[in-house]
Design a protein around this ligand. Structure first.
Ligand SMILES: *Cc1c(COP(=O)(O)O)cnc(C)c1O
Length: 350
């Protein structure tokens, strides 16, 4: 008799699925999405364009117009090439596919969970270096580990998720110089940060960048970018699924990405981030961390209780207690949503 668990690789049998909690009827401040829908004055044109998109045909395989719109939105220099992925998650997976048996993927702890998950799926070794108490890179330790273990890829989220900070720039430069493998700067939150490594790609042969449109209004379209020198993109492009960017995504991105509202909404989120930060700081029971992203990390005395209280009252945030004890993460929502959130936290501690 066929038994799936006997047939499967044993490490897969023991894996847990990535769980997305239900957000039905809740104010959703858990996943770094933009809280703003498409403005009504653009809805009709978008509908027309989507209806005129031939879904019986395979998509444009190179998605040239989509790349061009990304280049414009993110100010990507002409001398770099772009590889598009079905979300940057797919690109992390693609980078892992390029590695061989016994290769090591390295990152930091706490950081983005997909690096480790994808390393496991692709049967690579995963190694993480603990961040310091203020969520900074421990440079001496990191350089020693790079020397000893020679990681094939080092993933650095800049700004980091879930902590929201930009690591020290000089530390990252030292890591890039020390590493004989590829260094991947994951700039998912580039739009909310005051620094980027985009101009450093020209300087370092082993540096590539990841970006995404998920955090600036388009999480539902699933589009991520690998940005690198042309000779690097040429090689990784061999591992890309043909037609990985679907027709409806290409049509939507081509029409929407450079509309004025995208920048307006980013600015709103930045000003709301300042408002939420100050409001949380005013609550004595909390330690609030400065953020260069569209979310804020804070430490509480009773993370589980506060998280549950918020949920009972209609607000879903992220409980990080299992990862960083007593810490919660809130995504910046609309003005109204943020006010509801802050009122509830204030009431909880009254
Ligand atoms: C959200 C996030 C991503 C995932 O982006 P997608 O394009 O939606 O797959 C990648 N890296 C970091 C650090 C993130 O926080």
């Amino acid at each position: 008799m066929f038994e799936i668990k006997k047939w499967l690789r044993s490490d897969i049998v023991n894996l847990d699925s990535y769980i997305v909690p239900s957000s039905h009827n809740l104010i959703k401040l858990d996943a770094m999405e933009s809280p703003y829908p498409i403005p009504t004055h653009l809805e009709r044109s978008l509908n027309e364009k989507l209806l005129a998109t031939p879904i019986n045909r395979y998509p444009n395989a190179n998605a040239d117009e989509t790349k061009k719109q990304c280049r414009l939105l993110m100010d990507i220099p002409e001398n770099y090439d772009i590889l598009l992925g079905n979300g940057s998650d797919e690109l992390i997976q693609l980078l892992s596919f390029a590695c061989g048996k016994n290769d090591i993927l390295m990152s930091f702890e706490p950081s983005f969970v997909m690096y480790e998950m994808i390393a496991k799926w692709t049967q690579l070794q995963y190694l993480s270096v603990a961040l310091t108490n203020d969520f900074e890179i421990n440079l001496a330790k990191t350089l020693t580990i790079i020397e000893e273990k020679q990681p094939k890829i080092i993933f650095i989220a800049y700004p980091n998720n879930p902590t929201g900070n930009l690591f020290n720039r000089q530390s990252i430069e030292k890591i890039i110089q020390k590493s004989k493998g590829l260094v991947v700067l994951d700039e998912a939150y580039y739009a909310y940060a005051k620094d980027s490594f985009i101009n450093d790609i020209a300087k370092y042969d082993n540096l590539v960048l990841l970006r995404t449109i998920s955090k600036v209004g388009f999480a539902g379209l699933r589009l991520g970018l690998l940005i690198a020198k042309p000779e690097i993109i040429t090689q990784f492009n061999k591992l890309r699924m043909p037609y990985n960017i679907n027709n409806l995504t290409q049509t939507s991105v081509n029409f929407l990405l450079n509309q004025d509202y995208v920048q307006t909404q980013i600015k709103k989120t930045l000003s709301q981030r300042a408002w939420v930060f100050n409001a949380l700081k005013n609550i004595n029971a909390l330690v609030v961390f400065e953020s260069q992203a569209n979310f804020i990390l804070f430490k509480t005395t009773k993370a589980n209780d506060l998280f549950a209280y918020l949920k009972e009252n209609g607000v879903l945030i992220k409980n990080l207690n299992a990862l960083i004890k007593n810490h919660l993460r809130v995504t910046i929502g609309t003005e109204r949503e943020n006010k509801i959130f802050i009122d509830l936290v204030t009431k909880f501690y009254d």
